[in-house]
Design a protein around this ligand. Structure first.
Ligand SMILES: Cc1ncc(COP(=O)(O)O)c(C=O)c1O
Length: 1017
């Protein structure tokens, strides 16, 4: 600053050298340096180089004293930043004085000369700027707590005085320039000044322009020194950063990025506060406004000077660029660089959405996770859909997409968040932050479905705005909803390309419940000229107006936009697998199976599914489609149940060994398991599969009875070992089977639905049991007796056959009378699946001698169990050890205990009873509408629907069943077919199956039955 009323001192070099020698005892050669207000000399002496300063006589003494005290403080504080060192007078004074020509006196100061290059002469890379920020941070940290009366001054360059620039606006000749400054000043007065007063303040350098900063000649990132403390004062700390930025970011490609580097460097050394960073953009502007307005005054004072115009031009250019930027976005970049959320609470919003993802209302009529999805090809610039969309030919784009979807069975097109797209061709897509960069990355989530598709809010909302954006390739009808769920910072969702009907239905301030209609996907004529789709986007900054929300962003700041406008896929219920595929493709896996696995392994469905994740009742495939699992009864508590996962992981991390060592888990589990069974069934043994449990049951029965012969039910399945295949008509009677072995005797399936018409229902048990009596008689005639009778308590492979009431009572009595042991195979039906009881045999009012268990026992962990009576256990104990390497290990027992805990804690038997009864009622209702449904049967969550072509003849509708099975799969629901004729739809959903899940299953079955009946699938 030149004070024209107080010209700079006029000492000659010799006089200056003499003054330095006499006052400071340093003799040398003085060379004048530039200074507007004071007089500075470089003094080269034998003991180094110095700067000798002769202060303008008009400067109040306190200011010189302040600067000297400041340098003295820094020297003593040991700050890790080089600043000029004070050379004191022999008497120990920091300042000396010399008389001034016009009266008064000049303060004299001698400080060490710092080597280095001015920052102005090197490239301002992000690293250099971070280094500068860090140096300033260290400097200001050292100045924390330093105060001096001279610091409490105020002058034009004090950022708090920015408003004073208004008084200088008259000197700004250009109307547009003046208007620009006025805009900034209005904002400063209204929004910045009041907050500024509340920020922490301290002594700061206040003028880190690039001539006052020296860098190491060899390493420009190392700041070699900070000089010229002439503008230091007590001011808001953040002004230090703002002032440095105002110079450092002039004429750079990405000014906000440069400011962010500097601020982050400062923050790393001297942590800034959010409220300080939030004002940084405005304060950079304020400093520039001060600068250009003071230049305007000087221009007026000293006349039009071309050099002045050149030196102020960069500041004007920067002001214009800053004016075009969205302040909130710029602030987001600065906040993010310093490790704060891009918008306050942004990360909390994303975390809340993730944590609550299972509770959102579906955004579409059918949950998008359940639909077959594919990515829309906007990522491919040459694709016809991209080309026609960019060329504003939405009808062509739509026709292409519709045809492709029809061909590939796709119901929902997805335009992912972050995708780089070439469709954004107009000028509005130039970046305002990065010179020459374009905005190409999509920041919303697009859902492509036909025009008219209804969309619903996943959360309760307040309508923020509804408007029409007319621009070609704009949003058309645009809706913004504000959400303020409990425990989550408020955020906004944006719904673009909607039908105009929403304009008359929705009003700002209107409340919408979760699941309420937001609107419909608009036609091209009303949606901005696009193939129909919803642009769905989140803004974690709830104060952005709908039109200001950035729908497409530049690559450089994608990480910032990811916080400000996070991917809305989770909120929309789109599984992540939709976007990222891992591992081998389906055909690759099929080929690899063929090459390296037994060909006997079968694969479900003609178009096999690759599942990558399970969650509750849902299985998610490699393309992000969720299937409702109504078939796999192993995941008894639902897939990946957290309690079981944790129990397994915790125990596996601690110990896994075998039953020959003592461990608590096996005895605790045996006690807990036997407690669920009727009295008498008190001794347990553990194995790894249902087959192993059944195998042990056979060994026991044969040991105890001395007989080898078996009584089984027709179409039964009991396991995969040879001895069990021998007991499984379902295997030995079908392809590859060798027929019934001589020691196996087969009784009729007690299938009431197929009982002869003339059998009174009440007598079904007795009449079917007669078949057992016949077999025992046959055995007797051959001199044989049954070692055991084995049957599932509800024969499943035979077609979900529910035994007639009293059947097992009749049969068990006959078997026992013949000396046999009664084995209940509960591998499929146990563990509370029937709802009313823990075990399905209990519904028959019997107590077996041996119960075998498997599948659901460990919720997917391979384990099984057998429980028997003390008497049988003791008689089996003939000296031969029963050792099963893995059976009953601590990890398996931990899994088993967790399963029992969850069934009890969550009252899952009650749930099975409730939802099962609901499903049976729904199926019976369907039976009224679909002739093909011959019989509906179920108990808890063990369910069957038998299909017949003729209800009178009960001719199996095998083909119809197959089509329903495939059709349900095509609609995202897994069921199975079972029974000798494969005409029984089989369902065994997990015990956590909800009524909502049940409705989904029924809805899909309805749709599928109708489609199959109409000749489709
Ligand atoms: C009724 C029944 N028992 C036994 C088994 C054999 O169990 P695993 O496959 O675990 O050996 C099965 C398997 O499907 C079964 O359904």
């Amino acid at each position: 600053m030149t004070d024209v009323n107080h010209p700079a001192p006029q000492f000659s070099r010799e006089e200056a050298a003499a003054l330095a020698a006499s006052h400071f005892g340093v003799g040398g050669v003085a060379t004048p340096l530039d200074s507007e207000r004071d007089q500075n000399f470089k003094l080269m002496s034998a003991d180094g180089d110095w700067i000798f300063k002769v202060v303008n006589a008009s400067e109040p003494g306190q200011e010189s004293e302040f600067q000297a005290a400041l340098l003295d403080h820094l020297a003593r504080s040991g700050a890790d930043v080089a600043v000029p060192g004070l050379r004191k007078t022999p008497e120990g004074a920091a300042l000396a004085h010399a008389p001034a020509d016009g009266g008064g006196r000049h303060a004299l100061r001698l400080v060490s000369w710092l080597p280095g290059l001015p920052l102005a002469e090197v490239a301002r890379t992000p690293q250099v700027l971070a280094g500068l920020g860090a140096a300033l941070g260290r400097l200001d940290r050292a100045l924390q707590g330093f105060i001096h009366p001279g610091a409490l001054r105020s002058f034009d360059w004090d950022i708090r005085q920015a408003s004073a620039a208004r008084g200088r606006l008259g000197h700004v000749a250009d109307d547009a320039d003046r208007a620009l400054l006025e805009r900034f000043l209005d904002r400063f007065d209204a929004q910045v000044a009041p907050k500024l007063a509340l920020l922490r303040a301290q002594v700061i350098h206040n003028d880190a322009n690039d001539w006052n900063v020296l860098v190491d000649e060899n390493d420009h990132c190392r700041i070699a020194g900070i000089i010229d403390f002439g503008d230091a004062l007590h001011s808001p700390l953040i002004a230090e950063v703002a002032v440095a930025c105002a110079y450092s970011i002039l004429d750079v490609e990405d000014p906000i990025g440069a400011a962010a580097s500097l601020a982050a460097g400062f923050h790393a050394e001297y942590p800034l506060r959010e409220e300080e960073i939030d004002l940084l953009f405005d304060l950079i502007v304020a400093r520039l406004v001060i600068s250009v307005s003071l230049s305007a005054v000087r221009k007026a004072q000293i006349g039009d000077n071309p050099y002045l115009a050149i030196s102020e031009a960069p500041a004007w250019r920067l002001l214009r660029r800053l004016d075009a930027m969205n302040r909130r976005f710029a602030t987001a970049i600065l906040r993010h660089a310093c490790g704060f959320d891009a918008a306050p609470g942004a990360k909390a919003v994303t975390a809340w959405i993730e944590a609550n993802r299972k509770n959102f209302a579906p955004i579409l009529d059918r949950h998008p996770a359940t639909l077959a999805k594919a990515l829309v090809p906007y990522g491919d610039p040459a694709h016809p859909m991209t080309v026609t969309s960019a060329g504003q030919q939405p009808e062509k784009a739509t026709a292409w997409w519709d045809a492709w979807c029809a061909e590939n069975g796709i119901a929902l097109g997805i335009g992912p968040w972050g995708e780089a797209r070439t469709v954004y061709t107009s000028d509005i897509f130039w970046s305002r932050f990065v010179e020459g960069a374009r905005r190409v990355h999509h920041l919303g989530l697009d859902l492509f479905m036909p025009a008219g598709t209804k969309v619903y809010t996943p959360l309760a909302a307040t309508v923020k705005s509804v408007e029409i954006e007319e621009d070609p390739l704009g949003y058309g009808c645009l809706i913004a909803l504000e959400h303020a769920p409990e425990g989550c910072p408020p955020f906004v969702t944006l719904w673009g390309h909607m039908a105009h009907e929403a304009m008359t239905r929705l009003k700002p301030g209107q409340r919408l419940a979760a699941g309420a209609l937001v609107g419909e996907m608009g036609k091209p004529a009303e949606n901005g000229g696009w193939a129909p789709h919803l642009h769905f986007q989140i803004s974690t900054d709830p104060d952005l107006a709908a039109r200001d929300i950035l729908g497409v962003g530049e690559a450089r700041y994608l990480d910032v936009w990811a916080e400000l406008f996070p991917d809305a896929a989770t909120l929309a219920g789109i599984p992540t697998e939709t976007f990222h595929q891992t591992g081998r493709t389906r055909p690759e896996i099929v080929a690899a199976r063929k090459a390296s696995l037994l060909p006997n392994l079968s694969i479900s469905y003609s178009e096999p599914i690759k599942f990558v994740r399970g969650e509750g009742a849902w299985l998610i495939d490699d393309r992000g489609r969720a299937y409702l699992d109504c078939f796999n009864n192993v995941c008894h508590l639902g897939h990946a149940h957290p309690d079981v996962v944790e129990a397994i992981a915790t125990q596996a991390a601690k110990l896994n060994t075998n039953t020959r060592y003592l461990h608590d888990a096996i005895v605790t589990y045996a006690e807990r398991l036997t407690a669920t069974l009727p009295e008498g069934l008190s001794v347990a043994s553990f194995a790894c599969s249902g087959s192993e449990a059944n195998s042990l049951a056979l060994r026991m029965s044969r040991t105890v009875t001395g007989s080898n012969d078996a009584l089984v039910l027709d179409w039964a399945y009991h396991g995969t070992t040879q001895e069990l295949i021998d007991l499984s008509p379902y295997k030995y009677k079908r392809k590859g089977g060798k027929g019934r072995p001589a020691h196996v005797f087969e009784a009729t399936i007690p299938d009431s639905y197929r009982a002869p018409d003339d059998w009174p229902v009440k007598e079904h048990a007795k009449r079917f049991a007669a078949s057992i009596a016949e077999q025992i008689e046959t055995m007797r005639k051959q001199g044989r007796a049954p070692a055991f009778f084995i049957a599932e308590s509800i024969p499943s492979v035979a077609g979900q056959v529910f035994l007639p009431e009293g059947y097992l009572r009749e049969v068990y009595a006959m078997v026992r009378a013949a000396g046999g042991i009664c084995i209940a195979d509960e591998v499929q039906v146990g563990f509370g699946r029937v709802g009313s009881h823990w075990w399905a045999f209990e519904t028959q009012g019997v107590v077996p001698d041996i119960v075998t268990m498997g599948k659901p026992i460990g919720n997917g962990h391979p384990m099984s169990a057998l429980v028997t009576t003390r008497e049988i256990a003791d008689r089996f104990n003939n000296g031969m050890e029963y050792f099963n390497t893995f059976g009953g290990n601590p990890v398996s027992c931990a899994a088993g205990l967790a399963v029992l805990d969850v069934i009890e804690r969550d009252r899952l038997r009650d749930n099975a009873a409730d939802v099962g009864a609901y499903l049976v009622a729904q199926f019976r209702d369907m039976q009224k509408r679909y002739e093909v449904i011959g019989d509906v049967r179920g108990m808890g969550l063990f369910l069957g629907i038998e299909l017949v072509t003729d209800r009178r003849t009960k001719e199996p509708a095998t083909e119809f069943a197959r089509k329903v099975n495939d059709g349900a799969r095509a609609r995202g629901v897994l069921i199975g077919t079972e029974g000798p004729h494969d005409n029984v739809l089989k369902m065994r959903p997990p015990m956590i199956f909800s009524r909502r899940d049940a409705d989904h299953l029924v809805g899909v079955l309805e749709e599928t039955f109708a489609a199959v009946e109409a000749g489709g699938a």
